[in-house]
Design a binder for this molecule. Structure first.
Ligand code: SIN
Length: 305
């Protein structure tokens, strides 16, 4: 039998499959489709200090082999997430959660991180410094090594739980940013968030998205994600949660060989609500095919040559 278990900074997961933030709501919505306890963990919808309505519509557009989103961090705010959403999820999911936090200032990140740090079912804090769809925060922290380090060290000082920093692909040198957050105390990193893209409505001669630009996700970004996880793995020693375009068990193996200790599955959930469950069910046979007995042992396996 294949051992699918992995460990992220002391948090043990039964398998490496985690639905990505923003593609799985607060998790309980998917319990009507399948028993979500088969998942390794869940990265919750990105949460901010105050409730947010998000960007005006249209905020989704199709692209070849994927989609473009500019949701703009719609969420009910940290207090509602802790008081209403997590208790709802706890009724159908009993494993450690990943709280995904966004902000517009260092203080915002610290404020939410301190609150989630006190929630017993939260195992890991994922600090999103990479949202491409908001102004004056989000990705602006993730495109500067100095700003990324500032957020990381401020959050680390304020909390006890492991802190993972979610990085943007919209940079020239991912290794520099990864090293900066590791040096600032990050326990791990997760990447990639979405690369910036655009579509134009030909008849209106205008960008389709009301925000003009959006983040690309889906199978089209898998090669980009693999390249960046591979480069980050060579730059840092802390664990990596790899994501970007994963939609099959073979994609999971590929991402782990690039350097990921666990993976997040995003856009695939929007195509098929059962995508994560299907990948978990396919994974043992795919591992057996490639002679993998313990999946945690393949992390970084493509760096041998
Ligand atoms: C969004 O809400 O705009 C997407 C979140 C993200 O890409 O970080």
């Amino acid at each position: 039998m294949v051992d699918l278990s992995v460990t992220l900074s002391g948090v043990k997961l039964d398998n490496p499959i985690i639905p990505a933030s923003g593609t799985f709501g607060f998790g309980y919505e998917f319990a009507d489709w399948y028993d979500i306890n088969v998942l390794g963990s869940i990265s919750l919808k990105g949460t901010t200090k105050e409730p947010r309505f998000g960007n005006p519509t249209p905020r989704i557009a199709e692209i070849p082999s994927g989609l473009l989103n500019s949701v703009g961090l719609q969420n009910p705010g940290v207090d509602d997430v802790i008081e209403k959403e997590i208790p709802r999820l706890e009724k159908c999911f009993s494993k450690p959660l990943i709280a995904n936090i966004s902000g517009f200032s260092v203080e915002d990140y610290v404020y939410c991180a301190e609150k989630f740090d006190k929630v017993s079912q939260v195992g890991i804090l994922e600090i999103n410094i990479s949202c491409p769809n908001v102004h004056g925060g989000g990705m602006s922290f993730g495109t500067s090594a100095k700003a990324a380090a500032l957020v990381t060290s401020a959050v680390k000082k304020a909390v006890k739980k492991p802190v993972y920093i979610k990085l943007t692909p919209n940079v020239t040198d991912i290794a520099e940013i990864a090293r900066a957050v590791e040096e600032a105390g990050a326990d791990g990193i997760s990447l990639i968030n979405t690369p910036l893209g655009m579509r134009i409505d030909i008849s209106r001669r205008k960008p389709i998205l009301s925000n003009k630009t959006g983040g690309m996700s889906g199978p089209c970004v898998l090669p980009l994600a693999l390249r960046m996880v591979f480069q980050a793995y060579e730059a840092v020693k802390i664990p990596i949660i790899g994501m970007g375009g994963i939609s099959s068990a073979n994609d999971v193996i590929e991402m782990m060989l690039a350097g990921a200790s666990a993976v997040q599955v995003g856009a695939a959930n929007l195509v098929d609500p059962c995508a994560c469950r299907n990948i978990i069910e396919e994974l043992p046979a795919s591992c057996e095919k490639y002679g993998i007995k313990k999946i945690s042992e393949i992390t970084g396996g493509a760096h041998n040559g």
